[in-house]
Design a protein around this ligand. Structure first.
Ligand code: ZN
Length: 250
């Protein structure tokens, strides 16, 4: 069955910075969607901050198996109601791939329950992205490491809860290291954070990075869907007969 992916892009740098617009004439989201659509099993569409409800209406999310998220300059402009909505969809089973500066997005911090802070430097230095777990589905078809010639540096300590799995670990020319590919489960949903992708470098055009993105959305495909709630199951409907002994006053 076709995997339905919504690629969310903040789409702010692309409109303000000539270099970013030249690197990504269709927006970073457009480049990422094209990379995903290179796989016939994936159907990726895009949504952006400036659209009504940021392009993430109930109807769009209901038709989304995996959502990818790139944001940086406008995290604060994302409506909390949309964050609530995305969080609920993740808990129900939708996959979420958080990219690069999305580490500080409302949705990632919400799901992590942490500040997600890190050390950074913008010097266009070399990043060597090591595959920590070659057997992981997200690492399939990749070499032992990926060199990205020019990237922003992110370094430890990275303020995240301990990941379920560390798939990638980065080393930077300036000496820092960083957990660049980490997985989590939140409710029924799978979450993957992937570090590379600073807007002023052509990172999302790089073939190995595109392979990671395709692998990641496939890995995050929902296993099932479950709508959480908090229904009361009163004594009269208990599965086995019980006698009530007091209880809280409502
Ligand atoms: Zn950046």
């Amino acid at each position: 069955m076709t995997l339905r992916v919504t690629v969310w892009g903040e789409n702010v740098h692309e409109k303000k910075h000539k270099l970013v617009a030249e690197l990504y004439p269709k927006g970073m989201h457009g480049c990422i969607a094209d990379a995903l659509n290179a796989d016939p099993g994936i159907r990726a569409t895009t949504a952006t901050l400036d659209q009504p409800e940021h392009g993430l209406t109930e109807a769009v999310l209901a038709q989304t198996d995996v959502l990818t998220w790139w944001g940086h300059a406008a995290h604060g402009q994302v409506d909390d109601r949309i964050v609530d909505r995305v969080q609920q969809r993740v808990l129900q089973g939708m996959g979420l791939i958080v990219l690069h500066s999305g580490h500080h997005s409302k949705i990632f911090k919400r799901l992590m329950g942490h500040n997600c802070d890190l050390v950074w430097r913008e010097a266009g230095e070399k990043e060597r992205l090591w595959v920590c777990n070659p057997a992981h589905p997200i690492a399939q078809g990749l070499p032992a490491w990926i060199d990205i010639e020019h990237e922003e540096m992110y370094g430890e300590p990275f303020g995240i809860p301990n990941p379920d799995e560390v798939v990638f670990l980065s080393w930077f020319a300036g000496g820092e290291a960083f957990r660049s590919g980490v997985t989590y489960k939140r409710g029924g949903g799978k979450v993957f954070y992937f570090r590379p992708g600073h807007e002023t470098y052509p990172t999302y055009h790089q073939a190995e990075v595109q392979q990671v993105l395709r692998n990641a959305v496939k890995w995050a495909r929902p296993d099932g869907q479950f709508a959480w709630g908090a229904p009361e199951r009163p004594v009269a409907k208990s599965l086995e007969p019980i006698v009530e002994h007091g209880g809280s006053v409502h």
